[in-house]
Write a protein that binds this ligand. Sequence first.
Ligand SMILES: Cc1cc2nc3c(=O)[nH]c(=O)nc-3n(C[C@H](O)[C@H](O)[C@H](O)COP(=O)(O)OP(=O)(O)OC[C@H]3O[C@@H](n4cnc5c(N)ncnc54)[C@H](O)[C@@H]3O)c2cc1C
Length: 345
Amino acid sequence: MRILVVGQGIAGTVLAWTLRRRGADVRVSDADFPHRSSSIAAGIINPVTGKRYVKTWRYDDFSPFAKTTYQAMEAEWGVPLWHDQTILRLLETPQAANDWSARMADPDYAGLLGERPDAGPWSDLLVPGDAVGEIRGAARVDFGALMQAFRTETQSAGIFLSQKITPDDTTQAFRDYDCVVFCEGYRGSQNPFFPDLPWQLAKGEAMLLRLLHPQAALIREMIKKTLLLAPLGNGLFWAGASYNWAFEDNGPTGNEQGFLEERLVRFLRAPYEIVQRMGGVRPTVRDRRPFLGVSPTDSNVFIFNGLGTKGALLAPFWAAHLADHLLEGRALERAVDVRRVALGQ
Ligand SMILES: Cc1cc2nc3c(=O)[nH]c(=O)nc-3n(C[C@H](O)[C@H](O)[C@H](O)COP(=O)(O)OP(=O)(O)OC[C@H]3O[C@@H](n4cnc5c(N)ncnc54)[C@H](O)[C@@H]3O)c2cc1C
């Protein structure tokens, strides 16, 4: 089967890689539009999120699948992509610490949550006073290295097209392809083959920081309070993120960067310097489920999008699911089928 994958963010990369491994004849196009979400993201997989410490949707299904997929890519390219990394969760109030202990006792969370006497190498860098929980089973996927490795592979195989695919191109593409799959991230909200989808795009900003403290180079674990800090090596940290549903500018802005710094100094007392300020748009959906499946106007046009805030966890499982559908005609789960919208589900 000859397939054109449009977009080489994390969605298009994982889908095109999966289709190729399963024998499809794939081409990938990307116009390198600015502010793509996959270039801003830390690629974190966090099993337990929010103020109520709730387990992520189908984490137990998706996480092992994601790990196997990313590790297969690592083996193929010889590039480290998957980093098991515990998240330390700072618990500010006695109520938060109690809620945490209650969650730890829930059998559904067995093995995922723990408590620490202190924050280890982080301790000297933090404003003191918080209790420390730990989230096990968390990981960070290096999106930048992954997308670069696949770009290099597809370029050297002569199957990468550096071009924007328009609706006219799509119609013409059917001379050369059996189907076209759009993986356009937030730009998918303007795709005329998929009108009226319930997008709820969320712009996010983040920063790359250098922590100016001798202990910083020893830190291996992520930490979360009002922001999340993820060590990238050599004293460099990703710090984020903000959420903004009413935005005019896709890039970094004074307001949101100020908001990030204000939140940072609530728990970080070590000095830092900002290496880079970043902004991008998450392809988030009102019902928080991905969009997979066929266009209502053209039976050869498909979508793989709506990964929202969780591209790292969701991309491998749902790419394989869409590959089953495209290559073997298997039905899509209703929760992710893009037709759920038209059917009012
Ligand atoms: C601040 C921030 C922090 C985040 N942190 C995390 C995190 O820690 N963990 C996590 O899992 N997720 C995180 N996310 C969410 C994550 O980034 C997304 O879920 C994911 O990256 C979406 O990937 P995508 O491939 O669908 O879209 P994108 O990354 O936007 O990629 C779309 C690609 O399509 C190309 N394109 C679009 N239209 C066309 C066209 N017509 N022709 C050719 N090319 C086209 C673009 O150039 C782009 O390369 C974060 C997002 C933000 C903004």
